[in-house]
Design a protein around this ligand. Structure first.
Ligand SMILES: [Zn+2]
Length: 158
């Protein structure tokens, strides 16, 4: 029980770090593009998409930076795509995919952590947190929420 919650906390942080590492370049790529040009290929990140070309020789290699034209936003592919041309291949990989893959479980972990943190201890009204010790009316005197039976509380702990 203890170890599981520690693992979950670790996963939460790892997931958050990965999300930030993806989210940062992803957001910035809408303003600036960054790429690397190889001998016969180039790979760049722009408008939220990683684009890879092969078969094109630029005559020089190295890092390349630039502004992203506004019109490119509309043309940016939303799903991964690979195309063949006469000289090589073009592959597009939108960054929202890994962001979703890591972001959704991380969000769920955060949600669980938040719920754990805000959880109202047994014996208290699960709606407003009022101490229901000795309460026999079956209803919270503070907010009127029906009090669940003890058996259900215990079952939830397993
Ligand atoms: Zn209440």
């Amino acid at each position: 029980m203890r170890r599981r919650s520690r693992t979950r906390r670790l996963l939460t942080w790892v997931g958050t770090v990965i999300c930030v590492l993806i989210l940062g370049p992803w957001a910035l790529s809408y303003w600036w593009s960054v790429g690397y040009v190889g001998p016969s290929w180039d790979c760049q990140l722009l408008a939220g998409v990683v684009v890879y070309h092969s078969g094109i020789s630029w005559g020089c290699t190295g890092w390349a930076f630039g502004d992203v034209p506004r019109g490119l936003f509309r043309d940016a592919p939303l799903i991964p795509a690979v195309g063949r041309s006469s000289v090589g291949i073009t592959a597009c990989f939108p960054l929202w995919l890994p962001l979703a893959v890591f972001g959704v479980p991380t969000g769920v972990f955060w949600w669980h952590a938040w719920r754990e943190h805000c959880r109202i201890p047994p014996g208290h009204c699960q709606h407003c947190g009022y101490d229901l010790t000795g309460n026999v009316s079956g209803q919270c005197p503070e907010c009127g929420t029906p009090v669940p039976s003890d058996g259900r509380e215990q079952a939830g702990q397993g």
